[in-house]
Design a protein around this ligand. Sequence first.
Ligand code: ADP
Length: 550
Amino acid sequence: MIRGLMQDRPLTIPGLLTRAETSFGHKRIITGGTEETVATWAEITPRVRRLAHAMDALQVPAGACVGTFAWNSQRHVELYLAIPSSGRILHTVNHRLHGEQISFIVNDAADDILFVDRTLLPVVWPLVSSFTSVRHVIVMDDGGDVPLPDDPRILDYEDLLRGQPKTPIETVIEDEHAAASLCYTSGTTGNPKGVLYSHRSVVLHSLLLLGADVFALSESDVIAPIVPMFHVNAWGLPYAAMQCGADLVLPGPGTAPAELAGLLSRHRVTFSAAVSTVWRQLLSELDGHDLSGLRHLVCGGGAVDDALSLAYQTTIGLPLSNAWGMTETSPVVTTARLGTAHRGLSAEESRQVLGTPGPAVPLTEIRVMSDDGVEQPRDGASPGELQVSGTTIASAYFGTDRGAESFTADGWLRTGDVATIDRWGHLRIVDRTKDLVKSGGEWISSVELENAIMAHPEVHEAAVIGVADPRWGERPLACVVPAPGVTLTIEDLRQHLRGRVASWWIPEQIELLEEIPMTATGKWSKQSLRRRFADTASPAVAEDDVKERA
Ligand code: ADP
């Protein structure tokens, strides 16, 4: 082999810090909340260095995990940089999890110290006696009047920084494969599992997001990640902003829909990303806000509801764009896109294409496998288990002997999603394996049924689960939240579904609820719905429905 003669430079997070400081020192990080703050990268970088020195002074060992419980904020960005750049591992924790899960995660990662926003102290402090490894809790004052416990383990973030020099970080990350950050899956099945990203995977993933056919992020963008910084590194957006020099707009603790709408319009945000429940709540707050700066809204982490996307298109002239990913995949693997194959489509058809996950981003591969391990044809009509592979995809879980069944013999990640791929490589998610409803030996896609129900103008949201049925094995049960102030009837809904879905898909049981319970990452919690309706026996299926199925 003749080796190429190119410079061997590791892909590391300190490189992102240098780039932000030297190329984009004037670009801004804005944090919302009761008092909005603005800082430039030139102002932030010395603080990052002080923070790294502060962790040295606290004797946080190299390779130790450092936990964060924080909103999307400037200080969280400082932690995103200082912790991995100084050879420690950034461990972002989802404060919306149950206390038991939080304790499990903090202990599993063996977090050495924790950085906690003051407004989140009431979540974290009562659990502190269950943490086996934590030596200090460093409080970041984000407003509010939460009292500080009188305890020697509590330290103040700004005090710590003040005591340190702004001289360069001494640690050098020589190996780009060194661990940089840790994020746990939500644990919908069993205990959460840790995914350990490397410097290399973080740098490559954020670089991929810049691609013209991915998110096309550039220096002229104003990026507002509404997706929390504890949810898979806010989908890589803070690091992507450092790569391209975009301004970053972060909501801080101000996550109420009205505050978010104000933030997006005041700062002329061009690009934002969140899960669909956030976009749904935001919709009613958009009136009176100038959102003409927006060019791309990512609705990720789940299916795009076409009725919601249409509402955005009508209200602000921009539909929602889907993206597919999971904690194990950094997360972005596919992004919705209109390609040459879609030229000539109507506005409605184009919106529907943008509402599906789209093709795989560079450096990643996707495939769909049948139950007996055969790769399915790329014809858009042959569903199977989605498997993914690439430099930004996990090869194993953090800790030993965990989740080995999620990886194939040839090293691909088994996602647990059922999907199809079409001849242009565009992915379509049929359902999560565990959410498919198996009725009379045939599958019903809960995602498709939900979208058909939500196309009813008087439906606010709908989630479909399978419930046991003596005759068919399982039948779909629809949980429907009516729009405010309407009198929606179940017969209306059944009527609306006729012709939109096969008649045997139409649920016999439709429950009108005030709200659908959510998971800690803001997705519908089908697990809670299944528990709630576990003992519901479905009434007999209408005779004509049975005939159609036969
Ligand atoms: P959790 O949803 O359990 O909190 P993740 O955030 O890792 O954990 O979510 C990954 C899962 O979310 C995927 O396996 C898939 O089921 C679902 N998902 C993500 N993106 C999409 C999408 N664009 N369409 C449909 N489902 C999606």
